[in-house]
Design a protein around this ligand. Structure first.
Ligand code: PGA
Length: 255
C-alpha cells in the first residue's frame, strides 16, 4: 500500500516570515488532524527555518523547492543539500519552472545529480516530470516523460528509488486552471511513469514509488484525481496558498 502524499508548493509566495507564519499558524492544527495521508509544505527558502519551528509539534512535513547538488562552494545564491539536511524531509527537484530554458534551464543530467545528492543527505526528492502543450498535441507525451523518468532515476538502487516521489505535471496544466482529465492522468502515470520504472528497476519498485499528479489541482477536483488507482497524491501550487488547502487535503483522504 502506498501512502498518499499531498504537497503544497508555495513557489515564490508567502516568503516573508510574518505572512508565512500567519498562514501556517492558521492551517497547522486542522491539517495536522487529518490522518492517513502525508502532508508536506514547501515554502520559499527565506521562511523555511521559521516554518520548521512552527511545524515542530505537528506531523506535517517540510520540503524545499530546489537545491544544488554540491555540498558547498562558489555557487552564488544556491542552497546545498547539507543546508537542508535535518530541516526538510523532502525537496522538489526538476520542477518545470526550473527546467524552463528561459529561467534556470535545469537539464536531466543536473536533475539526476541532484537526486543522488538528495539521497546521500537523507532528503526525499519529489521529482517533477511532464510534457508541454506542443508535445502533448503531437502525441509525444509517452516518449518524453519516459525519457525524463529514466534520466532522473538513473543509477539509483531499488531502495533509493522507493524513497522518491514522482510528480507528473503536464506543463500546460500548471497554473492555467485547465487540469488534465483524471483518466488521462491515470493512464500516463500507469503506463508511462510506472512503465519507465518497471524497465529501469522492476515491477516491485514501480509499485512502491508514489506518483502524484500536479497542474491546477483544487478543492473541487482533488477527489476525482485521488479516485484514480495510479494517483497517490498531488503537488498543489496556487490552491496551497489558501486556508482551504486544509479542505483540499481532507477531500483527498478517503480513497
Ligand atoms: P498549480 O501548480 O497547482 O498552481 O497549477 C502546480 C505546480 O506547479 O506544482
Amino acid at each position: 500500500m502506498r501512502q498518499p502524499i499531498i504537497a503544497g508548493n508555495w513557489k515564490m509566495h508567502l516568503g516573508r516570515v510574518d505572512e508565512a507564519l500567519a498562514f501556517v499558524r492558521r492551517i497547522r492544527h486542522p491539517l495536522n488532524e487529518i490522518e492517513g495521508i502525508e502532508r508536506v509544505l514547501c515554502p520559499p527558502f527565506s521562511v523555511l527555518a521559521a516554518v520548521a519551528e512552527v511545524l515542530l509539534p505537528t506531523n506535517i512535513s517540510l520540503g524545499a523547492q530546489t537545491m544544488h547538488w554540491e555540498e558547498r562552494g562558489a555557487h552564488t545564491g544556491e542552497i546545498s543539500p547539507a543546508m537542508l539536511e535535518g530541516l526538510c524531509k523532502y525537496v522538489i527537484l526538476g520542477h518545470s519552472e526550473r527546467r524552463a530554458t528561459e529561467s534556470m534551464a535545469e537539464s536531466d543530467t543536473a536533475i539526476n545529480r541532484k537526486v543522488h545528492s538528495a539521497m546521500s543527505h537523507g532528503l526525499n526528492p519529489i521529482i517533477c516530470v511532464g510534457e508541454n502543450l506542443q508535445q502533448n498535441e503531437a502525441g509525444e507525451t509517452h516518449a518524453f516523460v519516459v525519457k525524463q523518468v529514466r534520466a532522473a532515476l538513473e543509477g539509483l538502487t531499488a531502495e533509493q528509488a522507493k524513497k522518491c516521489v514522482i510528480a507528473y505535471e503536464p506543463i500546460w496544466a500548471i497554473g492555467t486552471g485547465k487540469a488534465a482529465t483524471p483518466a488521462d492522468v491515470n493512464r500516463t502515470i500507469g503506463l508511462t511513469v510506472r512503465g519507465a520504472i518497471v524497465e529501469l528497476l522492476g515491477e516491485e519498485v514501480a509499485q512502491a514509488v508514489r506518483v502524484q499528479y500536479g497542474g491546477s489541482v483544487n478543492v473541487e477536483n482533488i477527489a476525482t484525481f485521488m479516485a484514480m488507482p495510479e494517483v497517490d497524491g498531488a503537488l498543489v501550487g496556487g490552491a496551497s496558498l489558501k486556508p482551504d488547502f486544509v479542505e483540499l487535503v481532507r477531500r483527498a483522504k478517503n480513497f
